[in-house]
Design a protein around this ligand. Structure first.
Ligand SMILES: [Zn+2]
Length: 54
């Protein structure tokens, strides 16, 4: 038991976004971080969270 589909898990999804260019500024690159206690991908320049999990 407990093998619910893990496709939507942050630890599987977040690496796909890591290192991508930020959509909101020119120089930023996405890094994995905690945002308000949830796993997220945020820009290292403008700190805008682009992907969040709750
Ligand atoms: Zn940015």
């Amino acid at each position: 038991m407990g093998e619910m589909g893990d496709v939507a898990r942050p630890e599987r999804l977040l690496p796909r976004f890591e290192g991508q260019d930020c959509k909101f500024c020119d120089e930023g690159e996405l890094v994995r971080e905690q945002y308000k206690g949830s796993p997220a991908v945020v820009c290292d320049e403008c700190d805008v969270p682009q992907i969040r999990f709750f």
